[in-house]
Design a protein around this ligand. Structure first.
Ligand SMILES: [Ca+2]
Ligand SMILES: [Ca+2]
Ligand SMILES: [Ca+2]
Length: 342
């Protein structure tokens, strides 16, 4: 049995043995890319589950082919982002997620960032406060029972800059623009499969309702006319739950032509550039369901979900993209976590 230790004492030898045994157990996730050598790689080697919410890149990133099963799509997601290939998967609208794993435990080293989720965030020309930031909420799991899988009670959320309440420099500006600027813990949304596929732009394409008694639609835009509803999922409605972040998209033109997606300070995926210190994550930022910090020796699985529920005009819905995950200790990037994003 693995233990969550009260501090960062971590016995690598026993953990390595436990992991070696765990990898002997059979995997059914379809996205397994076990290395042939004994040397750990700094990158994603498993996709345990890929379940995007509807979105404009869904069925394209990765591409769905008729007859594909969820396991096929896990495998395609791994082919895109595994082993530092740096292709891209899109998680669609709020709540869509991916769960990835590794061939080793990402160690939690005291005072240092431990990993980075790669995305396609960028700054607008000459700007550092906004551009294309589509933050994904990150959760981490330490495989405490060593069964080679992330169990429900093994997940902890990375407390980013707007956890548990919104705290960003641009919130007033966003509120003025009419955005919902609250962080909502335990947010839940259900999307409905469209009765038919319009194949043409429409504002009212995929209907949703949430647990705040709100309803709305994802729009179909002219750049993406394929179905936005994950075709490999047979359910006629898809429910997603998790922390929802403040709406960060502001139309600077006031005329629907210049959407700026404001950057959160730290602690999210696809929010800051892959080179920025503020896209790196310290496992010591993890909190339990009541918001109390936990001290994990390391993490075996990482889950990322799209954190914002917002449609930004012609840009479409805010959707987190994931291009990989890097273990910063194995790539030799030493980043003190103190002061990041603050
Ligand atoms: Ca750390
Ligand atoms: Ca487990
Ligand atoms: Ca993105």
């Amino acid at each position: 049995m693995k233990q969550i230790l009260p501090n960062n004492r971590f016995c690598r030898t026993s953990a390595a043995l436990v992991l070696a045994l765990a990898t002997l157990s059979c995997s059914t996730d379809g996205g397994d890319d076990a290395p042939s050598t004994g040397k750990a790689t700094p990158y994603v080697t498993r996709v345990v589950e890929f379940r995007p919410a509807p979105g404009q890149f869904v069925n394209q990133l990765p591409e769905y082919s008729e007859g594909d099963t969820p396991e096929d799509m896990n495998r395609k997601a791994l082919e895109a982002i595994g082993n530092n290939r740096r292709g891209m998967v899109s998680l669609g609208g709020f709540g869509g997620y991916i769960v990835v794993g590794f061939d080793h435990t990402i160690e939690n080293r005291a005072g240092l960032c431990d990993f980075r989720v790669l995305g396609n965030a960028f700054y607008a020309s000459g700007q550092s406060a906004y551009g294309s930031s589509e933050p994904g909420v990150i959760q981490v799991a330490w495989d405490a029972n060593s069964n080679g899988r992330p169990d429900e009670d093994e997940w902890y959320e990375i407390a980013g800059s707007s956890y548990p309440t919104a705290s960003e420099s641009w919130l007033d500006k966003a509120a003025e623009a009419g955005n919902d600027t609250r962080t909502q813990l335990g947010y839940r949304i259900t999307y409905h499969r469209p009765a038919q596929e319009p194949g043409a732009p429409t504002e009212e394409y995929i209907r949703w309702e949430d647990n705040l008694q709100q309803t709305g639609y994802l729009a179909m835009n002219s750049a993406h006319l394929q179905s936005y509803y994950p075709q490999w999922l047979t359910d006629d409605e898809l429910t997603f739950e998790g922390t929802r972040l403040p709406q960060n998209g502001i139309d600077l033109s006031g005329a629907g032509t210049n959407y700026a997606l404001y950057r959160f300070a730290f602690g999210y995926a696809d929010n800051d550039t892959n080179e920025s210190a503020a896209s790196a994550i310290d496992i010591d930022w993890a909190v339990d369901a009541s918001g109390s910090p936990v001290h994990l020796p390391g993490v075996d699985f990482i889950r990322i979900h799209t954190g914002v529920n917002q449609v930004n005009g012609w840009l479409g819905e805010c959707s987190t993209e994931v291009m990989g995950v890097t273990d910063l200790h194995l790539t030799g990037e030493e980043l003190p976590s103190e002061g990041i994003g603050r």
